[in-house]
Design a protein around this ligand. Structure first.
Ligand SMILES: [Zn+2]
Length: 196
């Protein structure tokens, strides 16, 4: 990923620092340094460079590009964070993959650093990490409780329920009641439904 060439730039203008040479628009590798943090390299940043005094001017678009680039890096969940989050919720790597709806080994690979979660997956995991009740909701697949079919099979009362209660639309149709509509496939005569 590199920056698009800024539309507004000072290419060809005289350097305001030394007044000796003309500025040249070129791409550089910008290195961002902060105390106690590893250096971050931002490739392909457009600057107006003076070959005479060596000064570089950053167009507004380039400063914005660098800010966005660094912000995006901050959003990345590190393997260490991924381990901490999983340990906080108290599950192993396989369980975590299953709860999040991932492939068996995916969380394991993220923790090893051989693969990285996408940015949006990182956001999703952050929400879960900060809201234990939401994590539990996901883990229990709570949305399924409002699902008619799962309710039927999951509850004791469901066992006493019948076809007509579960599928009122279908039951009406098999009784020949189309609700006044002409159906292409009215499913008439559908008397036996097996869930084996
Ligand atoms: Zn200069």
């Amino acid at each position: 990923m590199t920056q698009q060439k800024p539309q507004e730039n000072m290419h060809g203008e005289t350097c305001p620092f030394c007044n000796k040479a003309k500025l040249v628009l070129q791409q550089i590798e910008y290195v961002y340094e902060e105390p106690d943090s590893p250096k971050v390299s931002v490739p392909g940043v457009w600057v107006e460079h003076c070959t005479s005094c060596g000064e570089s001017i950053f167009p507004a678009a380039s400063s914005k590009y660098i800010e966005d680039f660094l912000a995006e890096l901050d959003d990345q969940l590190s393997p260490r964070e991924l381990i901490r989050i999983r340990e906080d919720v108290g599950v192993d790597q396989g369980e975590m993959s299953e709860i999040l709806g991932l492939g068996d080994k995916t969380y394991h690979r993220w923790e090893k650093g051989t693969q990285f979660p996408s940015r949006s997956m990182g956001f999703y995991i952050r929400i879960l990490a900060n809201h234990p009740e939401t994590f539990q909701w996901l883990r229990d697949r709570c949305w399924r409780k409002s699902n008619r079919l799962a309710n039927f099979f999951g509850s004791q009362e469901g066992a006493g329920s019948d076809f007509n209660t579960m599928f009122p639309d279908l039951a009406r149709r098999s009784a020949g009641d189309t609700g006044g509509k002409t159906l292409k496939n009215p499913a008439r005569g559908l008397m036996h439904v097996s869930f084996a």
